[in-house]
Design a protein around this ligand. Structure first.
Ligand SMILES: Nc1ncnc2c1ncn2[C@@H]1O[C@H](COP(=O)(O)OP(=O)(O)OP(=O)(O)O)[C@@H](O)[C@H]1O
Ligand SMILES: [Mg+2]
Length: 249
């Protein structure tokens, strides 16, 4: 796809990648690279200037709007919560969801334990824009909301950025286990998050400059063959220069 918000000012250039059902793909790139713009196109907030989004081989633009919305669940960079109960906030993802489905989604999102620790549990009112919760708690409710929708495509745009690395890791593990048939796109900065993906797509200034498994990309990232010490030490992939696409394992 090619895409720009204003004519003559292109943001994405010839971006192509696929995510298969059951696969977790990490989309990584520096701030401003165009990651959220890709998410907006997947959500049909905008139409690409050239190219198309296809789900199961069908052009997204061909779905009727309701059906297009059912295909993709997303947790955006700034989760939107309402001044209502936790149950109602999660149910917003799928209005017919049962309480059991809501609790199952909250469990996968590692939210169940902190929710039941509140005196009012799932009936706790979260305050305007979720202000009575911590940033990481808000993010986990937003993930539970996206999960309860049970869409074939799930997108998390920096959706675990406020979680400590241990919680982030556990959440991504259970998300994986709960996504056997789902195509999952993780928009990330932190390398620790990349390690829960099957493949990595590296975006630089609106272009895909690398695609591959972590093993294929890791030597590019550290400039050497895989080293656990370097992996531990690396706080974020964006601080590391990405080399051109000549490396093959
Ligand atoms: N609504 C908009 N209108 C005009 N330009 C926009 C809009 N949203 C983003 N842009 C521009 O598009 C480019 C890519 O932005 P995008 O939000 O996709 O980056 P990103 O990779 O998600 O960055 P970050 O890691 O900071 O979230 C930036 O130059 C940005 O200024
Ligand atoms: Mg973004």
């Amino acid at each position: 796809m090619d895409f720009g918000y204003t004519p003559g000012h292109s943001v994405l250039h010839d971006v192509t990648f696929e995510v298969a059902p059951g696969e977790v793909v990490a989309l990584i790139g520096a701030s401003g690279a165009g990651k959220t713009s890709i998410v907006s196109l997947l959500l049909s907030y905008y139409d690409p200037d050239a190219g198309e989004v296809r789900i199961d081989g069908h052009r997204l633009g061909r779905f009727d709007p309701d059906s297009a919305r059912r295909q993709v669940a997303a947790v955006l960079q700034e989760p939107m919560l309402f001044n209502a109960s936790i149950t109602e906030n999660i149910r917003y993802g799928h209005l017919e969801a049962t309480d059991a489905e809501i609790q199952a989604a909250a469990a996968v999102a590692h939210a169940h334990d902190f929710i039941v620790a509140f005196p009012d549990g799932y009936d706790t009112v979260v305050g305007p824009r979720g202000s009575a919760l911590s940033g990481g708690q808000r993010q986990r409710l937003a993930i539970a909301r996206a999960l309860v929708k049970n869409a074939p495509v799930l997108i998390l745009d920096e959706a675990t950025s406020a979680l400590d690395p241990g919680t982030d890791t556990k959440l991504l593990q259970s998300l994986r286990a709960a996504s056997a048939n789902r195509a999952v796109l993780l928009v990330v900065h932190r390398y620790s998050t990349v390690s829960y993906s099957d493949r990595v797509v590296v975006l630089e200034r609106g272009q895909v400059v690398e695609q591959g498994t972590q093993d294929q990309l890791w030597p590019l990232v550290v400039g050497t063959r895989s080293s656990h010490r370097a992996r531990e030490a690396l706080p974020a992939i964006r601080h590391v220069p990405i080399r051109p696409a000549h490396y093959s394992r």
